[in-house]
Design a protein around this ligand. Structure first.
Ligand code: 5AD
Ligand code: SF4
Length: 433
């Protein structure tokens, strides 16, 4: 039986795609192995969102090439977004790579791995119909499962490479997804996370995303449903109603804002203004009390001046996110913004980034310290990294919570919070179940 070793880079969608690739390869006789040393097939499932992600993979490919030099039969493959984005550069920089397969080419991976000098292009065709709905997924196991409900993106934010490498938006059949959720719950999964690049743009026939969430929330045995990432302009009232009315929907939302400046938002083609975004936040907070909010922000987008940056900072102060992912703008060849150059100097981007990181650290710490004395419901995942002997899980608000054991993964415990940092709550078990 040939063995396959795979490394995953980038977002949760890629983690889910790796599970898909492994499930598909298993049917074709491959077994997974934990390291590259003895693997017959070595795959890197890659990300193209920022230049840094691609640099890391190019470096890693250089390292992995030595396994191929030692054992020439090893097949080395690059899958995912970067294979799609950098096909030409990959051929030049890493000519020893045997297969390049983009996000719509996984179905053909077994065939391409088996063929000697197959046309390397076939794995890179985008296919607007491909959803992989019929392929088995080799899930990691554990208390939480990720379920891809839609693929691709039609929004074309001007900074973003995703629509070009993952192709047009398409949704999986609703009944198939609810059946998957049912099977997962029956197998002991307690929390399901729906995934999609613009997950709330999901639609299948008469089902919108709110319908999918409602039907899934009704599956017996499932404790929690989350989804990521929604687009603010697609947050329908129906979806907010479903979040408010279904107890299984966790009070937590990752709602990427990208910028607090209307001028920048317009140039990003985000389809909302800051005031509309904040009105949405107010509606969410009114309908889902205690909802935890996180976001993505890009600093140093072309043309972002001091006033624009100040508007982003002010928005973050007003919204008071529980956490935020903050990025320096990275020009991506092929996007619209690429044509506008990269006028904000890197040192200035770093300064803006550091400023927002510090701001957010303070806000996160303050919000979490405000939870001291409260009880949070924790779905136990496994041992905490520290302290020794403690257990860890996530609260319904998705905050990492640690407490002294014993507890079993899959248990739901109520923890009284005794201390908090910007990233972690810590306390003791007040009740079980
Ligand atoms: N540069 C920097 N950050 C980017 N993102 C997407 N494209 C870029 C880019 N070119 C960020 C956005 C998005 C997150 C997944 O990555 O904030 O929400
Ligand atoms: Fe990229 Fe915008 Fe689509 Fe998100 S919504 S994947 S940022 S193009």
């Amino acid at each position: 039986m040939p063995s396959v070793y795979i490394e995953t880079y980038g977002c949760q969608m890629n983690v889910a795609d790796t599970e898909l690739v492994l499930g598909h390869l298993a049917v074709h006789g491959y077994r997974r192995t934990a390291g590259p040393e003895t693997a017959d097939v070595i795959l890197l499932n890659t990300c193209a969102i920022r230049e840094h992600a691609e640099e890391r993979v190019l470096g890693r490919l250089g390292e992995l090439a030595r396994y191929k030099r030692r054992r020439p039969d090893v097949r080395l493959g690059v899958t995912g977004c970067m294979a799609q984005h950098l096909r030409q550069r990959l051929r030049e920089r890493a000519p020893y790579v045997d297969v390049l397969v983009g996000p719509d080419g996984y179905r053909r991976l077994p065939e391409l791995l088996a063929a000697g000098g197959a046309d390397p292009h076939v794995g890179l065709r985008l296919d607007p119909e491909e959803t992989y709905a019929d392929l088995p997924v080799a899930r990691e196991g554990g208390v939480r499962a990720w379920v891809t409900v839609m693929r691709g993106c039609d929004r074309f934010c001007t900074f973003c490479i995703v629509p070009y490498v993952r192709g047009r938006e398409r949704s999986l059949p609703g009944p198939v997804l609810v059946e998957q959720v049912r099977a997962l719950a029956a197998a002991g999964v307690r929390e399901v996370v729906f995934l999609g690049q613009t997950v709330n743009a999901y639609h299948d026939g008469a089902w919108d995303f709110a319908e999918l969430v409602r039907r899934s929330a009704a599956v017996p045995g499932l404790r929690r449903i989350r989804f990521t990432s929604p687009h603010p302009a697609e947050m329908s009232e129906r979806l907010i109603d479903a979040m408010a009315e279904c107890p299984a929907v966790a009070p937590q939302l990752h709602l990427p804002v990208q910028s607090g400046s209307d001028r920048v938002l317009a140039r990003m083609q985000r389809d909302y203004r800051a005031a509309e975004y904040e009105a949405l936040v107010a509606r969410l907070r009114a309908r889902v009390p205690g909802i935890a909010l996180s976001t993505d922000v890009i600093v140093g987008f072309p043309g972002e001046d001091e006033a624009d940056f100040a508007a982003t900072e002010a928005l973050m102060r007003r919204v008071q996110y529980d956490s935020a992912f903050l990025f320096k703008y990275s020009p991506r060849a092929g996007t619209r913004a690429f044509g506008w150059g990269d006028p904000v100097p890197d040192e200035e981007k770093s300064r803006r980034l550091r400023h927002l990181v510090d701001l957010q650290e303070g806000i996160s710490a303050e919000i979490n310290r405000g939870l001291v004395g409260a009880r949070v419901e924790v779905l136990v995942e496994g041992p905490a990294r520290r302290p020794e002997g403690w257990m860890a899980g996530k609260s319904r608000e998705m905050k990492t919570t640690v407490f002294p054991g014993p507890a079993t993964p899959g248990d739901v415990v109520h923890v009284r919070v005794e201390s908090a940092t910007s990233h972690t709550l810590s306390g003791t078990v007040a009740a079980v179940g």
